[in-house]
Design a protein around this ligand. Structure first.
Ligand SMILES: Nc1nc2c(ncn2[C@@H]2O[C@H](COP(=O)(O)OP(=O)(O)O)[C@@H](O)[C@H]2O)c(=O)[nH]1
Ligand SMILES: [Mg+2]
Ligand SMILES: [Zn+2]
Length: 306
């Protein structure tokens, strides 16, 4: 039987089969040993095959189906090993605000780079529209245009507006969805409006970890409605920055990736190298100054969580 892992405690996995039945599953010992690079061989979002053995109550996981993507973070206590947080994320929603609290483009671009590196598509949700006057809405419109032009879908919403909430709910349908963004931007408000019965835990999992509670350090999938899930809720720190080589960073800026084959040097960093098409595109206003600025600060290795 095929199933989807919705929760993991390290030893047991809650697996939801295609009929919506939830089964407690274990892993075979041999399977566990195979995996050396991560502390957990399977994570929420993984699609697996399982069988019932011996008694009918508990399933045994036989195999992992191919992942389309996954997020990791470095395991804090076990050097060289990383923890898989979640797999097969169909869409990451980055919730942002113009103010109250303000989300900087630096923060947005770092998130986008990380998501590109994980091969997770991103939709930007500009929340708290109801707070903005005409000028603020104009600024927001410019930002949305900037990101739409480089292929990220953008929505301007208020979590208090039922039509807006319905629109986001529609987008999420039949997918595994992840919500991220600064504290205070309205993630919980939006998700509770989407499904008031969710009763989401709002503290990030790393906070739980810091308190020394061992059972809930793994992410969890919540079913918003049939076949529609959200990952609860890797804080932005858990959406850890990939270890990127400097030469790779521009590959995760789609507007740079499109043209960078034209640079004279294959490992061009687009700084001051001769015949750099990226730098030329910035100077011509084809690539946005803010995107290039944030590209430079990522190259510099500035703290991604500011
Ligand atoms: N005006 C306005 N306030 C909002 C909106 N969405 C959330 N808030 C408020 O912003 C604050 C933070 O929201 P919360 O959902 O806790 O943010 P989270 O930290 O991202 O989960 C709360 O006081 C919400 O009531 C919105 O669309 N408009
Ligand atoms: Mg919250
Ligand atoms: Zn270049």
């Amino acid at each position: 039987m095929e199933g989807l892992i919705t929760k993991s405690t390290g030893r047991y996995y809650l697996v939801r089969n295609n009929d919506g039945m939830v089964v407690n599953c274990t892993l075979k010992g041999a399977y566990r040993l195979q995996e050396a690079v991560s502390t957990n061989p399977l994570a929420v979002g993984d699609r697996i095959e399982f069988d019932f053995e011996e008694n009918e109550q508990v399933g045994v996981i036989k195999s992992l189906l191919e992942r389309k993507n996954y997020m990791i973070r470095k395991a804090i206590n076990l050097s060289h090993k990383s923890q898989i947080i979640a797999a097969n994320i169909d869409m990451a929603y980055l919730v942002v605000c113009l103010f109250n609290p303000r989300t900087s483009t630096g923060f947005i671009d770092r998130f986008l780079v990380t998501a590109e590196a994980y091969r997770i598509p991103v939709t930007l949700i500009f929340n708290k529209r109801d707070l903005y006057n005409v000028e603020a809405l104009e600024i927001q419109e410019e930002l949305m245009q900037l990101y739409q032009e480089i292929s990220y879908e953008c929505f301007s919403i208020s979590a208090y507006n039922p039509d807006d909430v319905a629109k986001i709910k529609d987008l999420m349908s039949d997918r595994i969805n992840l919500f991220s963004g600064h504290s205070g931007v309205g993630k919980t408000t939006l998700l509770n409006a989407i499904n008031p019965t969710l009763n989401l835990k709002t503290a990030s999992i790393s906070k739980t970890h810091a308190k020394g509670v061992h059972t809930t350090t793994f992410a969890e999938l919540f079913e918003v409605e049939k076949d529609t899930f959200i990952v609860d809720t890797p804080g932005i720190r858990d959406f850890g920055m990939y270890d990127l080589k400097k030469e790779e960073v521009s590959h995760y800026f789609p507007e740079m990736l499109k043209i960078l084959n034209g640079c004279k040097f294959h490992n061009c960093l687009h700084l001051n190298e001769p015949e750099c098409v990226v730098k030329a595109a910035v100077e011509a206003g084809i690539i946005s100054a803010s995107r290039y600025h944030n590209y430079l600060s990522i190259l510099d290795g500035e703290d991604i969580y500011k």
